[in-house]
Design a protein around this ligand. Structure first.
Ligand code: PNW
Length: 456
């Protein structure tokens, strides 16, 4: 039958702490940079914050029942550093760890495998006050200490760890030179070099966290880095355009400075040449530390860019999107389902890691959902998007790439960072006034795919 997955394929949903938990001042939690940033006028759509979000902190039991109804086998969530170590370093808040223990126990009771992300952008505000968070190398060491505390407490029930989510988003989008950065902490630094230094520090944090997890876990565990590298898709799948896409890979977005050093132990030469004096300062031993053995890569994919071979100095060109190109409800959400397949293939061929298991740690879209008078959300546009990306997932699996699972972003509508609650990525509609959850059409469709283990 068409688009059937192997029986071991992992079906999941993904969320992140600050986007759903709320309860920001409860049980000893102290502010994160996102609490501070979103409270500043003009930073987030209509001044919204994650103070309440989906109130998942209190409603996690209901939300896990929802996941069980959906039929997912795996759940990716994140642990909030400022719940566990409220001042960033120093005293541990047992009540914070208790919350994640309850959450994980409830997941396990429903037969759902937890995948924990240790950092999804909510740095403790105290560390930003103390030393400018990712601007300082110290952040990497404090992160590793926090990771040790979490793994010590939860390693008997969590075996799948993700270190940091999307380094480019919390460094390049959190610090800026010429314009006010859209993500927390929203600090403008004087030079581009200093922006690259923040992402270098985040890579160090990833490396130190890998070592801390391996040193601390008393159970076998799997460690992944989660990245949203930018995917060049050959506009036609002929050898010349495939070669052009492969040549473009290291020069696009921050690919050459994040996923490449993590997986190969080297920044891309092309990127360093392009950066010149703006390249980060790399101390002796840093690259070896960053280049830790990994058990998997988590690939967050929403869109990509088409590339073709061309008579340019580089031998390729990135094609612009025409104004009418299909796009979901974000400025960057062009529908490019092949980017999922090509991303997996680039990891294998362009980065030459055919051995490394991959899972799609996020894929999904925002749509302009409304509740019909009959009380339904008929998000056919989301189904249209997801079906194509799942077909691309299937293609990668069928061609033998080590793609093991798919986590849909997201279980619930949630706090979409600087867009606030204006953009809805959930397969479950959240009425924020009442906190009622309403499964959308896409929820029922995804559940049917999971039950039949194929794309419907
Ligand atoms: C991811 N882009 O962020 C994050 O991991 C989630 O927390 C977030 O809610 C989700 O995607 C949807 O935005 C991204 O500019 C931020 O292409 C920016 C981009 C992609 C993903």
């Amino acid at each position: 039958m068409a688009y059937r997955f192997p029986p071991t394929f992992q079906w999941g949903v993904a969320t992140a702490a600050y986007q759903i938990e709320g309860a920001v001042a409860e049980a000893g939690r102290r502010p994160s940079v996102w609490d501070t940033f979103s409270a500043e006028p003009g930073r987030v759509f209509q001044g919204q914050t994650g103070a309440d979000a989906c109130d998942h902190y209190h409603r996690y039991g209901d939300d896990i029942r929802l996941m069980a109804d959906l039929g997912v086998t795996h759940y990716r969530f994140s642990i909030a550093w400022p719940r566990v170590i409220p001042e960033g370093s120093g005293p541990v808040n047992e009540a914070g760890l208790d919350f994640y223990e309850r959450l994980v126990d409830t997941l396990l009771a429903h037969g759902i495998v937890p995948h924990a992300t240790l950092f999804h952008w909510d740095s403790p505000q105290a560390l930003d006050d103390r030393y400018g968070s990712w601007r300082s190398r110290q952040m990497a060491y404090d992160f590793a200490d926090y990771v040790t505390v979490v793994v010590e407490r939860l390693c008997d029930r969590i075996h799948d760890w993700m270190t940091v989510n999307e380094i480019p988003c919390f460094t390049h989008l959190g610090y800026g030179v010429s314009q006010v950065p859209p993500h927390a902490p929203g600090t403008q630094v004087p030079t581009t070099q200093q922006v690259w230094q923040t992402s270098h520090h985040a890579l160090l944090a990833h490396g130190l966290a890998c070592k801390a997890i391996r040193a601390t876990s008393r159970q076998p565990c799997r460690i992944a880095l989660v990245d949203n590298f930018l995917v060049p898709v050959p506009w036609v799948e002929t050898p010349e355009h495939i070669a052009a896409a492969q040549a473009a890979f290291p020069t696009l977005g921050s690919n050459g400075g994040v996923i490449m050093p993590a997986l190969t132990g080297q920044y891309s030469e092309a990127l360093l040449a392009q950066l010149g004096e703006a390249a980060p300062t790399i101390e002796p031993g840093d690259l070896a530390l960053i280049h830790q053995p990994l058990d998997a890569i988590g690939f967050n994919v929403y869109s990509g860019v088409y590339v073709r071979a061309a008579e340019t100095p580089t031998g390729y060109e990135v094609l612009p999107y025409p104004p009418g190109y299909p796009r979901l409800h974000m400025p960057w959400l062009q529908v490019v389902p092949e980017s999922l397949y090509w991303g997996v293939r680039h990891l294998s061929e362009t980065l030459q890691r055919p051995d490394l298991p991959v899972f799609i740690s996020e894929n999904g879209c925002a749509a302009q959902d409304t509740v019909t008078p009959a009380g339904e959300v008929l998000d056919l546009d989301r189904i249209y998007y997801l079906r194509q990306y799942l077909q691309a997932t299937h293609r990668a699996v069928e061609e033998g790439y080590p793609l093991q699972g798919y986590f849909l972003w997201s279980l619930l509508d949630n706090f979409e960072w600087s867009y606030g609650y204006d953009r809805r990525f959930g397969i479950t509609y959240v009425d924020y006034a009442t906190q009622q959850r309403l499964p959308k059409a896409s929820f029922h469709w995804y559940g049917a795919c999971i039950r039949e283990n194929r794309v419907l």
